[in-house]
Design a protein around this ligand. Structure first.
Ligand code: THU
Length: 133
């Protein structure tokens, strides 16, 4: 996997900001955009899509993993998330689990506290490995 220092995080953040500009967040007013690198070199992204039945709202990460699967699958290697101001944002707890499914503990996340592996953001994660036992 490409080391964190060799990744163009600014470019990845620009992709996330572009996705954020297409967010549908009329209820919270809180736009979110995400972007990730895939192990085959693809760059994918997503934005949040809310719903009048609030609980059905989709986080930006839902769109991202859907795009991942629908454009060929693969493994997530590097991820960033931005808020409506384009500032780096931490993914919510549920979305850390979504990311774990497709990136595992080594997925590198850009956070306000720096780049760190998902294993530090979601310790002792439950995942596909448990079901294989
Ligand atoms: N949101 C995301 O899209 N991803 C996150 O990781 C954090 C929260 C969205 C959900 C909702 O549309 C809005 O932000 C406010 O919670």
């Amino acid at each position: 996997m490409t080391p964190a220092a060799d990744v163009d995080w600014e470019r990845l953040r620009a992709v996330a900001r572009d996705a954020m500009s297409r967010a549908y967040a009329p209820y919270s007013g809180y736009a979110v955009g995400v972007a990730a690198l895939v192990d085959d070199g693809r760059t994918i992204s997503g934005c949040n899509v809310e719903n009048a039945s609030y609980g059905l709202s989709l986080c930006a990460e839902c769109g991202l993993v859907s795009e991942l699967q629908n454009t060929g699958g693969g493994r997530l290697t590097h991820f960033t998330c931005v808020d409506g101001n384009g500032e780096i944002l931490v993914p919510c707890g549920r979305c850390r689990q979504l990311l774990y499914e497709f990136g595992g503990p080594g997925l590198l996340l850009e956070t306000p506290a720096g780049v760190m592996p998902l294993s530090e953001m979601l310790p002792q994660a439950f995942g596909p490995g448990h079901l294989a036992k």
